[in-house]
Ligand binder design. Structure first.
Ligand code: ATP
Ligand code: MG
Length: 255
């Protein structure tokens, strides 16, 4: 179990995370949702260990990790820009982290992941020959071969379009279940958060506005902020979809 106790993060005098306390069970999928600048990425980085906290405690299975360096925490992150090596093949990228720690995953385990993420036919291709969704799957595989105790994802789906997004969401769900892997995902899309995760953490101005199941967020929003935020984000999405329809209709009639 991951536990955060009264986490405060300040940059100079500015409070970015303001007294965050929560716990996450093993195998849970958590989404972090909230307005831009609300502290989502900062919270992920604090858990990962690249950003030191100002005060509070981070525990994993009751061990205090608050001042344990990132490499020793055993968590891992997939960044939004994937950060893959463009000159290596997909396979070489996936096994890259194993070169210093070859015993973490067997060849069979690597092959299983490649199969699970549907990358078999792409394994020999260079990164530059892959689509966005394929790159995202390579980035996921590369992180998973290291068997992290917690998988952190910062906006993993934002660059992908509808169908691919759905298939990667399915994969994330399947991996979390199969490997019993705690997964924490930052997103700005409430639909994604509400459909993908067991619980949703809504951050506003560095504070927890609500941390609850999707059902309760929808049916029992903690306050006006949560209600308006979810509704306005869903509305923006709806408006964008309508705009797309209108545009395609306009271009179809113009031809
Ligand atoms: N290294 C830093 N130094 C100073 N301030 C920072 C630093 N990193 C982030 N901040 C500030 O912390 C606040 C929260 O940033 P953060 O990146 O966590 O937001 P976010 O919720 O991930 O936003 P977005 O949805 O835009 O990605 C912002 O006001 C940001 O300017
Ligand atoms: Mg961010």
């Amino acid at each position: 179990m991951l536990e955060l106790r009264h986490i405060v993060k300040k940059y100079d005098d500015k409070v970015i995370l303001n007294d965050i306390s929560l716990s996450v069970e093993d195998g849970e999928i958590i989404s972090i949702l909230g307005p831009s600048g609300g502290g989502k990425t900062t919270l992920l980085n604090v858990i990962l260990g690249i950003t030191p906290i100002s005060s509070g405690q981070i525990l994993y299975d009751e061990e205090d990790l608050s001042h344990v360096p990132m490499q020793k925490r055993g968590f891992n992150i997939v960044f939004q820009d994937y950060a893959l090596f463009p000159n290596l093949t997909a396979y070489q990228n996936i096994v890259y982290g194993l070169r210093n720690k070859p015993n973490i995953s067997t060849k069979e385990e690597v092959d299983d992941l490649i199969r699970l993420l549907d990358l078999k036919e792409h394994a020999g291709k260079r990164i530059s020959q892959l689509s966005g969704g394929q790159k995202q799957r390579v980035a996921l595989a590369r992180t998973l071969v290291m068997k992290p105790k917690i998988l952190l994802l910062d906006e993993p789906l934002s660059a992908l379009d509808g169908v691919i997004k759905e298939s990667i969401k399915d994969r994330i769900r399947q991996i979390a279940r199969q490997y019993h892997l705690t997964t924490i995902i930052v997103t700005h899309d409430p639909e994604e958060a509400l459909t993908l995760s067991h619980r949703v953490l809504i951050l506003n101005g560095g504070k927890i506005a609500q941390f609850d199941t999707p059902e309760r967020i929808i049916h029992a929003p903690a306050d006006d902020f949560v209600k308006k935020f979810i509704l306005s984000q869903l509305q923006i999405k709806r408006d964008n979809i309508f705009r797309l329809f209108e545009q395609s209709h306009a271009s179809a009639t113009a031809h």
